[in-house]
Design a protein around this ligand. Structure first.
Ligand code: 5RP
Length: 220
């Protein structure tokens, strides 16, 4: 199986985590695109979805799935389903490769549990091989980059990319993130940081991992 087939397999497997008639949270990316398509092709009855990006909103609407704003919810979402760029043995993740990290964290925060869908290439012992995305206020980018340099990171502006919220992204190379909750907390204190792409506080509770031998379920 190639990587796209592994992504499609976990997208289908995630249907088992969708309560009938619920409003769910939907992430962003190529794996989530497979999940959205599977919702439609399997005729899953949903009341609607809260979307983490304009890209996912368009795909949900194209399939006739209602998209709600967080303010329209009466309670919490039962589940948030999204991909990841890396996932560690505790379910902590790096996200934001698709530049949707801020809205992804907002929607994840509304959900009872995060179900991560990923192909096996995303599983790592320690986060940091994938450059850490950080959405920033543009004028703060140089000073945020300097703070990462003091930690041994090389922050590079993602060229030609502006998020759905109108901000640039720094991709930080060379980090070895042994303590994801601590680094997430630290970077959250820095002026000008909108969102850091470490999902430790909002880590996955379940990961459906696509492997050539089939979909493995990891519980955290
Ligand atoms: C977008 C994300 C995605 O979940 C992440 O980049 C994984 O994407 P893909 O499913 O395309 O591999 O965080 O901001």
């Amino acid at each position: 199986m190639n990587q796209d087939e592994l992504k499609a397999a976990v997208g289908r497997a995630a249907l088992a985590y969708v309560p009938a008639g619920a409003v769910i949270g939907v992430g962003t990316g190529s794996t989530v695109n497979h999940f959205i398509d599977a919702l439609a092709s399997h005729g899953v009855a949903l009341s609607g979805a809260v979307s983490s990006s304009l890209q996912s909103t368009q795909r949900l609407l194209a399939h006739g799935i209602r998209v709600l704003q967080p303010g329209e919810l009466e309670g919490r979402l039962p589940v948030y389903i999204d991909g990841a760029d890396e996932i560690d043995p505790r379910g902590c993740m790096i996200k934001g490769g698709g530049a949707a990290l801020t809205r992804e964290k907002i929607v994840a925060d509304l959900a009872e549990r995060f179900v991560c869908i990923a192909d096996v290439s995303k599983q790592v012992p320690v986060l940091g091989r994938y450059p850490l995305p950080v959405e920033v206020i543009e004028m703060a980018a140089p000073q945020v980059a300097r703070r990462f340099a003091a930690l041994g990171g090389d922050a590079r502006l993602r060229m030609g990319v502006v998020t759905d919220n109108g901000h640039p992204i720094l991709d930080v190379h060379g980090l070895h993130i042994e303590d994801p909750p601590a680094l997430e907390t630290e970077v959250n204190q820095w002026p000008g940081v909108v969102t850091v792409g470490i999902f430790a506080r909002h880590r996955a509770r379940v990961c459906l991992l696509g492997t050539p031998a089939g979909v493995r379920t990891l519980d955290f």
